[in-house]
Ligand binder design. Structure first.
Ligand SMILES: Nc1ncnc2c1ncn2[C@@H]1O[C@H](COP(=O)(O)OP(=O)(O)OP(=O)(O)O)[C@@H](O)[C@H]1O
Ligand SMILES: Nc1ccn([C@@H]2O[C@H](COP(=O)(O)O)[C@@H](O)[C@H]2O)c(=O)n1
Length: 207
């Protein structure tokens, strides 16, 4: 076994020993996944890992994959699973936690199957933030965080990728009874009330 594969197996071995709880957080671009994850972290002690944030950090780090990732993000395309899964595994390992919100992943069937194969982890459940496109478009165009993909041309491409590649993943988990669908078109606090109901009072952090 090569050094990289061995390191990967080691990282995963110690991750699995912790029997981690993983919740996938899915929904269209701008449906409010990141916003709600921040609230869940405060209340329920999860570590929030956004696949998009990890990929953007990888570009900034000057990694050899940086240019490829940047081009994919500009086009709203999905980065090869191998790259994203390595970043997720490393972040999980380094967090020291055993409860993870994995936001924006799996984005397609390849992401889903590869994550299960490489990590051996199945999600406890999947949060699905459902929101009409017009509302998501409005939110993304006023997000103002300087993201290269928050322009109307890329936003439309991201919507298409969501419908064609990400919805089938949600349907896959739905057939297994794992999807918790949330109406995300309401104000942030109202959406969070529903989210709280899903995680349940017994999981709430003491202050
Ligand atoms: N329920 C809401 N009502 C109105 N605005 C919201 C709501 N939730 C989030 N927002 C705003 O919409 C924008 C997008 O939210 P957020 O970044 O959480 O979405 P996201 O699903 O993580 O997006 P992406 O997939 O593009 O990273 C942000 O500016 C956020 O403040
Ligand atoms: N599993 C993923 C997640 C994201 N990407 C790329 O990053 C872009 C931004 O993602 P956000 O979740 O932050 O909106 C996304 O459009 C993809 O280009 C990915 O490839 N794989």
């Amino acid at each position: 076994m090569g050094t990289v594969e061995a390191a990967n197996k080691d990282a995963n071995g110690s991750l699995l020993e912790k029997n981690p709880t993983v919740v996938f957080v899915l929904g269209g671009p701008g449906s409010g996944k990141g916003t709600q994850c921040a609230n869940i972290v405060k209340n329920f002690g999860y570590t929030h890992l956004s696949a998009g944030d990890l990929l953007r950090a990888e570009i900034k780090s000057g990694s050899e994959n940086g240019t490829m990732i940047q081009n994919m993000i500009k086009e709203g395309k999905i980065v090869p699973s191998e790259v994203t899964i390595k970043l997720l595994q490393k972040a999980m390992q380094e967090s020291g936690n055993d409860k993870f919100l994995i936001d924006g992943f799996p984005r397609n069937e390849e992401n889903r199957a590869a994550f299960e194969k490489v990590t051996g982890i199945e999600p406890a459940f999947v949060l699905f933030f459902e929101c009409p496109e017009e509302e998501m478009e409005r939110r993304l165009l006023s997000r103002n965080q300087g993201r290269e993909d928050d322009n109307i041309e890329t936003i439309r491409k991201r919507f298409k990728v969501f419908l064609e590649s990400s919805l089938p993943v949600i349907n896959y988990y739905d057939a297994k009874g794992k999807v918790r669908k949330i109406d995300a078109a309401r104000p942030i606090e109202e959406v969070f009330e529903t989210v709280k109901g899903i995680f349940g009072p017994k999981n709430e952090k003491a202050d």
